[in-house]
Design a protein around this ligand. Structure first.
Ligand SMILES: N[C@@H](CCC(=O)N[C@@H](CS)C(=O)NCC(=O)O)C(=O)O
Length: 206
């Protein structure tokens, strides 16, 4: 198995954390998706990370599809897998959706800066709309933070919420608009004590 990845992508972190929580410890193969690495070009028509190439050569793309593959092939014995127990699956997926919306807005903001530079995309009407998505997503998750992680082993809502929190800290910690989210921070601190989260913390390479 080969995981084509970089160190900053929140989508990579979601896939890696889920893999580790399922007991699959695959050392990431570092690639720069923006440099058209031939291995990534070959495996993923969209040339994006994460891309998971299985031992039989099948390439899995899209973080949440990798999570679905994990659930399909490695369901938890007790029934409470990455989507939580059936009774809480809607809540887990609803909260995960909030986090994913904010993550997408954050990544789009970072990527579009490359396109519009030296004009800062962030202050354009679309940039401000994406900022609103980040702020509201974080605030809504903060309001629901107590519901996250109730089920014992971290589920997708914890993975995505912590990924969002830490990515915002990596990219936007200096921004005055970033809302204070003490409960998400506490959740991140608790989850980051686990190897699956600690080993996947994002960083900008030197
Ligand atoms: N929807 C995809 C998004 C993946 C994605 O956008 N990855 C970024 C890094 S954060 C990337 O590889 N970008 C390169 C590009 O867009 O060309 C997923 O969930 O995995």
């Amino acid at each position: 198995m080969q995981l084509l990845a970089n160190t900053t992508s929140p989508f990579v972190r979601i896939a890696r954390t889920a893999l580790l929580l399922k007991g699959i410890d695959v050392e990431p193969t570092p690639v720069d998706p923006w440099a058209d690495d031939p291995r990534l070009r070959a495996a993923n028509a969209a040339t994006r990370v994460p891309t998971l190439v299985l031992d039989d050569g099948t390439a899995l793309t899209e973080a949440l599809l990798i999570v679905q593959w994990l659930e399909a092939t490695r369901p938890a014995p007790g029934g409470a897998g990455l989507f939580g127990p059936a009774s809480d699956a809607a809540g887990v997926l609803s909260r995960s959706g909030i986090a994913m919306g904010a993550i997408e807005a954050a990544v789009i903001t970072i990527i579009t800066r490359k396109v519009t530079a030296p004009v800062l995309f962030d202050e354009t009407p679309v940039g401000l709309r994406r900022r609103r998505s980040m702020i509201e997503g974080m605030q809504r998750l903060e309001a629901q933070a107590d519901a996250i992680g109730r089920t014992g082993s971290p589920a997708l809502d914890a993975i995505t919420a912590v990924t969002l929190h830490d990515y915002q800290q990596l990219r936007f910690a200096d921004q005055p608009w970033l809302p204070a989210t003490p409960r998400l921070k506490a959740l991140a601190e608790a989850c980051n004590a686990l190897p699956a989260f600690d080993r996947t913390r994002p960083y900008i390479p030197a």
